[in-house]
Design a protein around this ligand. Sequence first.
Ligand code: ZN
Length: 146
Amino acid sequence: MDLDSLYQEVILDHYKNPLHKGLVPEYTKQVHHVNPSCGDEITLNLTLDGDTVSNISWDGVGCSISQASVSILSDLLIGKDYHQALGVVETFQELMASKGKGQGDEDILEDAVAFAGVSKFPARIKCALLGWMAFKDAVSQAEHGK
Ligand code: ZN
């Protein structure tokens, strides 16, 4: 199996069996982000415990790339210090800006390296970034609300 089909399988698996999907009623900040060019929508609930991302829950509709991306990022970022989590978001943004040249650092991005190939397709980059931008927005709102 080549890397592209392995990555497609990771994305499809998260799309079919999403992690942390289903909004929990307790949260620090709730954000709703849409990607009109594809019709993707997500609502993300962020819970901070001090500086720790103690929970992320979400609900959404849209293409497999957008939904799988939120599933992967929620599992990846829960339990991290939020400053560290924002660094992971930045690493993912750099990968998405790599125009197909980046491989992604698997130590930092784990399953999210599966989106490396998406960076070749400008129209799909917004799909992949939707959840990450929502997370970043929720953190920044939570920070300003302190
Ligand atoms: Zn999409």
